[in-house]
Design a protein around this ligand. Structure first.
Ligand SMILES: Nc1ncnc2c1ncn2[C@@H]1O[C@H](COP(=O)(O)OP(=O)(O)OP(=O)(O)O)[C@@H](O)[C@H]1O
Length: 243
């Protein structure tokens, strides 16, 4: 039985519980990733840790390997070597048993199936109230994805991953293609979900990443570097200045 279900059964409405059964938060760790394409080294010294209760932001220039790293954790990209674990247990495929959910850059929801039916299998019971009252879901629950605009579909797909049953949520560019007001709303949702999940998020809208994240790591030259203050983003050449 999954930890999520055990949490749900023992949940008491008057106790503020941040983690399942008040256990120690789960910790997702990734290290020793070796990834290359056609002899070109992409990732060579990665260390990343994310625990339930926090948002970890990943920044880096185009092509530095952010999406690849998320796909490696999710289990759909196999590098030469990786070590991914949750509380010490080696995880070969993060997507198995809904340990990890992933929002890719491209659309992922299947065509021809009612959104209501998809939601019933994906959404975490603890967030059903939030999800089912979101305007996008209320408007399109009885429809299929063919009825949504590009931006609406992106919103729905993002919400479905954030509110999914997984312990860890990986978000690749959740702020791209959506309006600023929606980005603000998503940051609120991400913070709320991060009270009981671990969330890793990357986007080129770095100000949104800085805003929503508890910690930041930067990928440069295949390495992950913890960013302790925003000036380091200038030092490492990610931005020319910070306002
Ligand atoms: N299947 C593939 N075959 C060959 N090269 C690939 C493949 N997938 C990714 N790459 C290369 O690996 C590098 C890292 O790609 P990745 O998509 O992880 O970068 P990214 O940091 O997410 O980039 P962006 O910010 O532009 O989305 C890029 O140079 C890309 O061209």
């Amino acid at each position: 039985m999954s930890i999520c279900l055990r949490f749900y059964r023992f949940h008491h409405p008057f106790i503020l519980i941040n983690h399942p059964l008040n256990l120690e938060p789960l910790i997702l760790k990734t290290d020793s990733v070796q990834l290359e394409f056609g002899g070109r080294k992409i990732l060579q010294d990665v260390y990343l840790e994310c625990k339930q209760g926090e948002v970890l932001g990943i920044l880096g220039r185009n092509g530095c390997g952010k999406s690849s790293l998320l796909r490696i954790i999710f289990g759909t990209l196999r590098p030469a070597y990786k070590h991914v674990s949750i509380n010490g247990e080696y995880i070969k495929k993060g997507y198995k048993n809904m340990r990890v959910a992933y929002l890719p850059q491209h659309n992922y929801l299947p065509k021809g199936i009612k959104i209501k039916k998809l939601a019933a299998t994906i959404i975490d019971d603890r967030f059903w109230g939030d999800f089912s009252t979101h305007p996008i879901y209320e408007k399109y629950a009885e429809k299929t994805i063919a009825d949504l605009s590009g931006g609406e579909l992106r919103q729905l797909e993002t919400l479905m991953v954030i509110y999914s049953k997984a312990d860890f949520i990986l978000l690749d560019e959740p702020f791209t293609h959506i309006s600023p007001i929606q980005a603000e709303a998503f940051k609120e949702i991400i913070r709320k979900c991060a009270k009981i999940k671990g969330i890793i998020v990357t986007d080129h809208q770095y100000y949104n990443i800085l805003d929503v994240s508890d910690r930041i790591i930067l990928i440069t030259d295949g390495y992950t570097r913890p960013i302790r203050n925003n000036d380091e983003l200038v030092t490492y050449g990610y931005v020319s200045h910070i306002n």
